[in-house]
Design a protein around this ligand. Structure first.
Ligand code: UD1
Length: 419
């Protein structure tokens, strides 16, 4: 495992270009399994998770090339519907190939995605959804087998919680079930769901209402090829915006979509950050004071995103006054708090809420990253802290941030990766 060595305090200035969205690209890659013809995906970020998904599709028989942000995916001539454990265990999003493979080829076997350091992440909504769509599902030795048993004409699937992964999995699977009319109620509304629906519709599928809590899918027999451009990564954009504000810097953030970050911008502005929306894809960020303390509720989209919760806590560690951050999506996602305390932050966690008592200064030391976004939070804290911060076990950060060291160096951070 490598480490990042950061000299602080930094003052980020200049500009940074945001990459394509990992969380949009992954389910769209899974959905390409429905297509009978070549699919071309543009603006695909070069990330570890994307390479894992490419390995999974290759193992399923697809032929894939990936160069300069463009992935070309040709459908399998001899499909393999058993996805190896070594690939699925690396990344939860790989579970979402189960439904598309089983819908297209009748039956598929995929390992359970297993535990995750941000808390328990079951797949019960996914499996119940597949069952309602007419599949049998069995779990044996940690391997889930889904088999198409019957044609369902009409089904309403009401999700107990607007799960992003379950919405995407059910939507993609239902899209290719010929003659099945599916309604997903309490669906996730994230921009990545809309991007997936746009992709599916380009292949000839009929998905209506994505971006609302009610999605309707009219299953069709076959999906053709298309070219699709992946939306910008709103979480990467949010991370850089926080990093600039946290270092009292000023920088231009390019290639983002401001319409995906409305509640995040509201929160940042209430802390005192200046955000000039120059256009739909450009924001100038500047900050000239310690942030004001704020109260944040982390909720499904359009609320404040859980994937920016660790980073905002790092930022608020130097606020003038006390802040609270209540997590409702992954209630135990606070592993970064212990590490932030090592840097001198004063934070308590109580029943899903972090209480952050702002301090004047934090200072560098050795810390360890427990997951992707925790790693991003520690990098931000390292940039804010006085002295040298070493973020150990940091490789997971490359699952979600393309060219992180180069991008931060260009913003004038002093940061180095060591194996
Ligand atoms: C996706 C994102 C992840 C983000 C999360 C929430 C991808 C690849 N990952 O993850 O970055 O943090 O959305 O915005 O897009 N749940 C169940 N049963 C299920 C499914 C989910 O109980 O079958 C629960 C989860 O434990 C969690 C909540 O629902 O508490 C939300 O999870 P979900 O939206 O499904 O997250 P992911 O799709 O895994």
């Amino acid at each position: 495992m490598g480490k990042l060595i950061i000299e602080g305090p930094a003052k980020l200035t200049g500009s940074v270009k945001i990459s394509g969205s990992k969380n949009s690209a992954l389910p769209i890659f899974a959905a390409t399994l429905l297509c009978d013809e070549r699919v071309v995906l543009e603006n695909v970020p070069d990330l570890m998770d994307i390479h894992t998904m490419i390995e999974i599709l290759s193992a399923s028989g697809c032929t894939i090339s990936f160069n300069g942000g463009v992935a070309t995916i040709d459908p399998p001539t001899r499909p393999n519907t058993e996805v190896p454990y070594e690939l699925v265990r690396k990344m939860r999003a790989s579970f979402n190939v189960l439904g598309p493979l089983a819908a297209k080829f009748g039956k598929a076997c995929v390992s359970l995605p297993g535990g995750c350091s941000i808390g328990v992440r079951p797949v019960d909504y996914h499996l119940e959804g597949l069952q309602r769509l007419g599949f049998s599902t069995t779990i044996e030795h940690g391997i889930v087998t889904a088999q198409l048993q019957k044609k369902v004409d009409e089904v309403i699937i009401s999700l107990p919680f607007p799960s992003v992964g379950a919405t995407e999995h059910i939507m993609t699977t239902a899209a290719i079930l010929n003659g099945t009319h599916t309604v997903i109620e309490n669906a996730a509304m994230e921009p990545e769901i809309e991007d997936l629906a746009l992709f599916l519709n380009k292949t000839g599928c009929r998905v209506l209402g994505a971006g609302t809590r009610r999605i309707e899918i009219f299953g069709i027999g076959r999906a053709h090829g298309c070219t699709h451009r992946i939306i910008p990564d709103r979480i990467e954009a949010g991370t850089y915006i926080i990093a600039v504000a946290a270092t009292m810097g000023n920088a231009l953030i390019e290639n983002l979509d401001v319409s995906h970050l409305i509640s995040f911008f509201d929160v940042l502005e209430s802390t005192g950050v200046n955000l000039s929306r120059l256009s739909q894809d450009k924001v100038m960020v500047s900050m000239d004071q310690r942030p004001n303390g704020v109260k944040i509720q982390v909720t499904p989209y359009p609320g404040f995103p859980t994937d920016l919760q660790p980073q905002i806590i790092a930022f608020l560690s130097k606020a003038q006054g006390t802040s609270t951050v209540t997590e409702t999506v992954f209630k135990s996602r606070f592993q970064h708090v212990d590490e932030l305390r090592r840097l001198g932050a004063k934070i308590e966690v109580n029943d899903g809420t972090a209480i952050i008592y702002g301090v004047d200064q934090i200072s560098g030391t050795q810390v360890s990253a427990t997951d992707l976004r925790a790693a991003a939070a520690l990098v931000i804290a390292g940039l804010m802290a006085k002295g040298t911060t070493v973020v150990n076990d940091v490789d997971q950060i490359f699952r979600g941030y393309e060219n992180l060291v180069e991008k931060l160096s260009n913003l004038s951070a002093v940061i180095e990766y060591q194996q």
